[in-house]
Design a protein around this ligand. Structure first.
Ligand code: NAD
Length: 267
């Protein structure tokens, strides 16, 4: 199934589930930037929520906000029983300690999965795995390479794949090209999240049965969005950019919000 159909199907399921709940699942987004990309991500989250029947509230703070003021807003949302999920949109202004803010979010509302004690799997790895499972990908004993070791994608992706019994190798900016080529050649699943337009190309060898999951979002000289892999590599499945992992990440946020409500109703 293509990613758009997969996302539409799951959204319809979430919508049906939302109708049977005694509460309206509510997400609070705290945003303290005026970044165009962030504004567009926030608009996407609001649109997804509304389509499903969730409530998405935006608390937009000035970029001059102080650490204490921002933490106070986080605390208010933590304590509000009508808010089930809370995310702080990145990037944060220079004067803010990002780590302290991530740690201030109540782990049981941390639907981004950024807190070390969060009840939730970070959205990009979660969305990718949900899609691959729907595609029938059998993770057990498969060789997986994760390119990139960021806190929000590379590391949680590697951890999640390990929990699914993959043999996981993380490659990064200090890995030699020779080693990258050797690992990629024998890999069943490649997740690339490095932020380099078209980095994976035909100069690498791939297994014809391999799956490439392209997380990269890069603005090309043509003004359009491109992935970290060139299109149409000789593999079994390659996710497109745009219209790929970005949609799965957005969907996973909505799935995490539903999970947050279900936890709360159970407790
Ligand atoms: P980042 O930008 O914080 O870090 C890049 C990582 O790539 C580092 O760990 C670095 O070691 C590694 N790296 C850099 N050059 C490399 C090379 N030549 N070979 C191997 N590794 C290399 O990472 P990020 O925040 O995970 O973002 C990566 C990309 O994914 C960006 O394009 C970003 O926009 C995109 N992204 C997309 C989504 C989505 O929902 N689709 C979500 C998050 C990030």
């Amino acid at each position: 199934m293509d990613i758009k159909s997969f996302v539409a199907k799951r959204k319809a399921e979430l919508s049906a589930m939302a109708k049977s709940l005694p509460v309206v699942p509510t997400l609070m987004i705290i945003q303290a930037n005026d970044d165009p990309a962030s504004n567009s991500y926030v608009r996407g989250k609001i649109k997804d929520g509304e389509e499903i029947g969730f409530k998405v509230l935006l608390n937009k703070l000035p970029t001059t906000v102080t650490q204490a003021e921002l933490l106070k807003e986080v605390e208010k949302a933590n304590e509000d029983p009508n808010i089930h999920g809370l995310i702080v949109q990145l990037p944060l202004p220079k004067q803010i300690d990002e780590k302290a803010v991530k740690l201030a979010v109540n782990p049981s509302k941390d639907v981004d999965g950024f807190h070390p004690l969060s009840s939730f799997i970070p959205c990009t790895p979660k969305g990718i795995v949900a899609y691959l499972k729907a595609e029938g990908f059998d993770f057990k004993g498969k060789n997986a390479v994760v390119l990139g070791r960021s806190e929000i994608v590379g590391k949680p992706m590697a951890k999640f794949l390990l929990s699914l019994d993959c043999n996981v190798t993380v490659l990064h900016s200090k890995t030699s090209m020779e080693d990258k080529k050797a690992y990629i050649k024998m890999t069943d699943l490649i997740v690339v999240a490095i932020g380099r337009l078209g980095y994976l190309d035909n100069s690498f060898e791939y297994k014809s049965s391999a799956v490439i999951v392209d997380v990269g979002i890069n603005r090309g000289e043509d003004g359009k969005l491109h992935g970290d892999a060139v299109p149409n590599l000789p593999v079994a499945i390659q996710t497109p950019v745009p219209g790929g992992v970005g949609l799965l990440t957005r969907l996973a946020l909505m799935d995490n919000l539903m999970e947050a409500v279900n936890h709360e109703l159970r407790d």
